[in-house]
Design a protein around this ligand. Structure first.
Ligand code: ATP
Length: 344
């Protein structure tokens, strides 16, 4: 387990602007006082008591820390330090300033399969490394694939957010329904689509889940007409129900679409391209959904606070619940989202 410091994080780091927020809290830019180096601080609110409705269990935070510590890889966000106070844990991690990969791609006019493969290879290397340590991320989705610096000629991928990650034990089955519908692999294998569209995509989340469970997918000509046969073969080899038959991340890296064996295969990749129209549409829809979820979570939190208040007036033992509300005033939506997602 990581050496968690009990000192005040602010003695060592100056806390800066908010970079993002998630289910569990905020991520802020921080400046290391001693060196002047910029990092990111992930502030995770701890659950105060077993009966509390808000915050994270300490053991979940410990798991995230332990997993991040064991994952030192160029394509995985690095953990530098951990601080704990009575109410929260702060993870000091490397600052990833290039934004989300999908936003970077969506700004482009065109993208060949060859260019997309350069990103995919880095994701596969990161995922392959995790799997050698028996760690499954369980929440691989566009929001969690970031770029170290988007101004670089060949931007470097960083996989973030190990809040749902688990170290799997031999012979132990892990079942979870947490995650995001389009990106859930029913058999616990993440599926990454760099082609702009999920072949499982339904009209709503329910239909998408039904398609995944039933393995109902198709490469609709209208969307996939610019996609090479090798790319489709690559995807099909991932959409295999039996995990033993399915390509592993390391096998993906030697599939001829990723590592062509002949000149003809290599030429096919540079001639085929990503359907940017559907990619941009997909990305805009994804962003809209993220904003919608945030508003929904805020409303839900507000309702919970009201419920809590009226119940605590009737029952003094529920005062603990009310005391949690004070903490939510500074970081509202983030706290409730993880609970909702892990219970869904
Ligand atoms: P989620 O709700 O997706 O489970 P979470 O609470 O676990 O989120 P993260 O996904 O780790 O939090 O981070 C939330 C957001 O903060 C990210 O989507 C990203 O925009 C930003 N972020 C996270 N880590 C970093 C980092 N190291 N550098 C810069 N920004 C970051």
């Amino acid at each position: 387990m990581a050496q968690i410091k009990l000192q005040n994080v602010e003695d060592y780091y100056e806390i800066g602007e908010v970079l993002g927020s998630g289910h569990f809290g905020q991520v802020r830019a921080v400046l290391e006082r001693a060196s002047g180096v910029r990092w990111a601080g992930k502030f995770l609110k701890l659950r105060r008591s077993a009966s509390s409705r808000l915050g994270l269990e300490r053991k979940s935070v410990e798991r995230e820390v332990e997993i991040l510590q064991s994952l030192q890889h160029a394509n995985v966000m690095a953990l530098r330090d951990v601080f704990e106070s009575r109410a929260e844990v702060v993870l000091i991690v490397e600052l990833i300033s290039g934004g989300e990969l999908f936003d970077f791609i969506a700004e482009k006019e065109s993208l060949s399969e060859e260019e997309a493969i350069e990103f995919l290879k880095q994701i596969l290397k990161g995922v392959g490394f995790m799997h050698t340590k028996n760690i499954a991320h369980f929440d691989l989705k566009p929001e969690n694939i970031m770029l170290a610096d988007k101004m670089m000629p060949h931007p470097h991928i960083k996989i973030i957010d190990f809040g749902l990650a688990h170290r799997l034990k031999q012979g132990e089955e892990y079942r979870s329904l947490s995650g995001t519908p389009q990106y859930i692999g029913k058999w616990n294998i993440p599926r990454v689509y760099c082609l702009g569209l999920s072949p499982f995509q339904g009209d709503n989340d329910e239909e998408t889940l039904k398609n995944i469970v039933g393995m109902i997918y198709e490469f609709e000509e209208i969307y996939f007409n610019q996609t090479s046969a090798m790319a489709k073969d690559f995807i099909e080899k991932l959409l295999v129900k039996d995990p033993i038959e399915r390509m592993t991340a390391n096998e993906c890296l030697v599939h001829p679409w990723i590592k062509p064996l002949t000149r003809k295969q290599a030429a096919n990749r540079s001639r085929s391209s990503i359907n940017m129209k559907s990619f941009k549409k997909f990305n805009a829809k994804r962003k809209w959904k993220m904003s919608f979820n945030m508003v929904w979570a805020c409303n839900r939190l507000f309702r919970l606070q009201l419920q809590c208040k009226s119940r605590s007036q009737e029952d003094p033992e529920l005062r603990q619940c009310e005391s949690d509300q004070e903490d939510t005033e500074t970081k509202p939506a983030s706290l409730i989202r993880r609970r909702l997602s892990s219970n869904s």
